[in-house]
Design a protein around this ligand. Structure first.
Ligand code: FES
Ligand SMILES: [Fe+2]
Length: 459
């Protein structure tokens, strides 16, 4: 009998973890050149560190996260195409910080602290087009570039120097069509912060995509509880059983890089090892297409992955006019999900074209806000399509009320149905730490190691 910690089912039987061995073996079967990034394996060293439950509900932890994480990190504020015209703005809130992210010139975006310099009133309480920033209380007004435009009864404010009475700004950076902000004037540049993300995404340029969906919802759990459900595939067999026919869940590859970036890749078009029996290729194709009754035959020698990847290439070409004949089956099909500390997850590849963001909801450690963005490649010719409007889903609604999420609405409902129970269970815990799988939850451990580094920084 094989012991649980050794042998072929162990994570470390011959050096590389089994998910990595499996996935890299799958890449060996590709008939097209495999991008170097897919070969850039970087398994975390085996470790047993676990997370104290209090980290998910303790108000002091939240306070420290605000002071030492949210006030120092680069964070994704919006897509560039959400503010295409000069004067278009998005309000980005994180805990008590609120920023008005505005396009101030065709090639310039600024982020102003959303607080009037008179008596503090919030200048904007929603996204939208502005020609100036006018406070709704006494009418102090600033130009789009942050310079002062008008003070009613200026004679009564002789102490104000109009030349320096500008709206304070946060730093702004851009990558992949996303706008990033950082409220720390001492922070290093975004380019450094992104570590290897730009080079890994070179073959999946996210700046050549546009927002076809943006769905926002509050959920009754700490932001880290929600986030962690999206950086492991271990829960698939329990939470998303319908995916087992078409996804190699527990054979996922997990990689951790630097301090800020990690990745997982789940092969699609392959059935899970947790099904009662292995599916044949025709059954996998039918399951993937959602048509069990369809009359499908495969060419001799072709696999479900090849057939499905060809369909994705053809569909992408139809939708965009671009040529996708060079992309590997892996890029066409697989779930290639990256994580950028502390809360941003863009997907590489083409079938799962999402980007996620997880934030605390104000200062409530038991509540968070999830953003799900859907990113479609921009057509090769013609004008750049406009960004989809943001859809807010209420507490009594369902992710499936957002048709732009397609079949994933059900998947998000399945995840979300657990969140409140996780949060309550963490509060009910009598232990000082949880337990983490060594490999499949290595990204969670990596995330917390970086979080701990930030929380420990006092200067
Ligand atoms: S608080 Fe803004 S003008 Fe008075
Ligand atoms: Fe999930």
């Amino acid at each position: 009998m094989t012991s649980p910690s050794t042998g072929p089912r162990s994570g470390e039987a011959d050096g590389a973890p089994r998910g990595e061995r499996f996935y890299q073996g799958l890449l060996d079967e590709e008939t097209r050149p495999v991008p170097a990034s897919l070969r850039a394996t970087s398994a975390a060293p085996p470790h047993d560190a676990a997370i104290p439950p209090a980290r998910y509900f303790d108000p002091e932890t939240h306070r420290l996260e605000v002071e030492r994480v949210w006030s120092r990190v680069w964070q994704m504020a919006c897509r560039e195409e959400q503010i295409p015209e000069v004067g278009d703005s998005v309000v980005y809130d994180i805990a008590d910080t609120s920023l008005i992210v505005v396009r101030t010139a065709p090639g310039e975006i600024r982020a102003f602290h959303n607080s009037c310099l008179h008596r503090g009133t919030q200048l904007r309480n929603r996204s939208g087009h502005v020609t100036r920033l006018r406070c709704p209380y006494h009418g102090f007004t600033w130009n789009l570039d942050g310079s002062l435009r008008e003070i009613p009864c200026a004679w009564d404010f002789p102490q104000i120097d109009p030349a320096t009475f500008r709206l304070p700004e946060a730093r702004v950076g851009a990558w992949g069509g996303f706008v990033f902000v950082n409220t720390d004037p001492q922070a290093g540049p975004l380019e450094e912060y992104l570590e290897n993300m730009p080079s890994h995404f070179a073959q999946w340029p996210l700046e050549d995509r546009y927002l076809t969906g943006h769905v926002v919802r509050e959920m009754p759990c700490n932001w880290k509880v929600a986030l962690e459900a999206f950086i492991e595939a271990y829960h698939t067999m329990t939470v998303h059983p319908q995916l087992l026919r078409t996804a190699a869940d527990t054979l996922t590859e997990y990689d951790v890089y630097g301090a800020h970036v990690s990745r997982m890749i789940t092969a699609v078009g392959i059935s899970s090892e947790h099904l009662d029996r292995e599916l044949d290729d025709v059954e996998i194709v039918k399951a993937m297409l959602g048509s069990p009754e369809a009359d499908i035959t495969l060419e001799p020698g072709s696999t479900a992955r090849q057939v499905l990847a060809d369909r994705v290439r053809a569909s992408l070409h139809r939708r965009t006019g671009r040529d996708y004949s060079h992309i590997t089956d892996a890029e066409a099909l697989d779930g290639i999900e990256y994580f950028l500390f502390p809360n941003f997850m863009p997907w590489g590849g083409y079938l799962t074209a999402f980007a996620y963001r997880f934030r605390p909801n104000g200062n409530d450690p038991d509540s968070c806000v999830i953003d799900i963005m859907v990113l479609e490649p921009v057509p090769e010719s013609g004008p750049r399509p406009p960004a989809a409007k943001t859809r807010y889903i209420g507490p009594d609604e369902s992710w499936t009320d957002a048709p732009e999420l397609g079949v994933f609405g059900r998947v998000f409902n399945q995840d979300g149905a657990r969140f409140e129970r996780v949060q309550r269970g963490l509060r009910a815990s009598v232990r000082t730490s949880g337990t983490l799988a060594r490999y499949q939850e290595s990204r969670i451990r990596h995330f917390h190691a970086t979080l701990e580094t930030y929380l420990a920084q006092t200067d």
